[in-house]
Design a protein around this ligand. Sequence first.
Ligand code: CFN
Ligand code: HCA
Length: 541
Amino acid sequence: KKVVQLMPTDIKEELLAKYPPKVARKRAKQIMINEATESEAPSEILANVRTIPGIITMRGCTYAGCKGVIMGPTRDIVNITHGPIGCAFYSWLTRRNQTDAGEDGENYMTYCFSTDMQDQDIIFGGEKKLEASIQEAYDLFHPKGICIFATCPVGLIGDDIHAVAKKMKAKFGDCNVFAFSCEGYKGVSQSAGHHIANNQVFTHLVGENEEPKEGEYKINLLGEYNIGGDGFEIDRILKKCGITNIATFSGNSTYDQFASAQYADLSAVMCHRSINYVADMLETKYGIPWIKVNFIGAKSTAKSLRKIAEYFGDKKLIDKVEAVIAEEMMEVDKVATDVRTRTDGKTAMLFVGGSRAHHYQDLFAEMGMKTLSAGYEFAHRDDYEGREVIPDLKVDADSRNIEEITVEADPELYNPRKTPEELKALEEAGYQFKHYAGMNPDMDKGTLIIDDLNQYEAEKLVEIMKPDIFCAGIKEKYSIQKTGVPMKQLHSYDSGGPYAGFQGAVNFYKEIDRLVGSKVWSYMKAPWQENPELTGTFVWE
Ligand code: CFN
Ligand code: HCA
């Protein structure tokens, strides 16, 4: 094993060395040597900007963020993709969002609905085909809701999916049909799709039920998608504590959960990146406050439960939460103590989406493992810098027919780059704040934080820093393993999970212990490593 002593600045230079000057200049702003501390102003990073064409990004598209991420996990809405078949097929359960509809609950998750657009639809328009598909779904299933999702060609040819949805909703009378203009090309990443989904689900669905929900401590769990069963584990814990979960956005969720979300007393936001818009709209329209929680990591789970209990401020709940934590931590501590004898001091790299690259560092820290480098695919600056000024939100809250809910923010106030003194002054001037931790202040000084990491940089980084484990998605998996480093998918969890909550932490400790302890990948040599100069004769037949 080649041991190289490189400073973070050298590593950054190495990563940029291959690029043409203009590309290097832009990438340099997205590769940051972390200097953040709790008390200083956070360092700046360029995020949520277009990927430079030619670079092989890890990102996904706007359709993926809307249909795949936010609406996909809802089990009793028929989600129809209006587009070529691949868009529906590749967003069908690859995310491993799990469902449990009980004995006779509706569950359309096992179906993949698509209008299967063909060349002739592109030329002559696809609205009639979409209308027929909606009718077919209605006749077959009589669902409470049908959602339509636009793919790239739909926007390019100009099919009016909203007009079709409106017509069919009026025709059926007992089925809520609405559409999402989430063409893949629309934003710079999945993130635009989250926003579109948030707006439409809030406009067309939240608040539809008029029967109040029962429960002593009622919360919505926002930004939890039940990947690998995470949501099941969180629900188990909440139930044990006596906390009622009215609606999860959107793991294993139902039409009725969304429609009743206004009856919760508090929104607990897990993945802020994907669902902050709904959290804000619930607060503005219904006065439901939100707090950030993180159920990834046993300590983080305990902290989040205490935060929820503290919000309600009821002694009965506070005591119950403490009893649950004490009981659950016995098994967690036992396993953590054992695995730490092998994992302590090992190193990790995490490049995932818009929240997990931060949240999963807690789990690694519980195993004594250090995160050398991390970054998001598509998060915004506030996810990195970790504090945000919430200005007065001007939302057209009374209108239920709004297509797009606009939040007018003073860009100067919205800029999260404020020193503690500046924040204090603004607070005294009467502005409301939400403070929350971000990736930068939570990571060690001198670590490398890289936005929108790409294929080339991933391999280079692994080659230079040789982490004990690399975490990202399916596109990265095999190229990383070929470098001899174990790879764990933090999107789909490969075939594992749950990793959230207390039992999830135990699962994760065991899985990572196994991976970082295994030498199998380091023994592997790719054919071109053994025979770098293979020659052959190409025969044209
Ligand atoms: S489940 Fe979430 S936690 S919703 Fe988001 S930002 Fe994606 S699908 Mo992949 S795993 Fe990932 Fe996050 Fe929130 Fe998942 S880190 S990229 S869009 N994500
Ligand atoms: C998406 C979904 C994804 C992809 C994961 C991966 C997921 O962005 O379209 O690249 O392995 O979690 O399923 O993020």
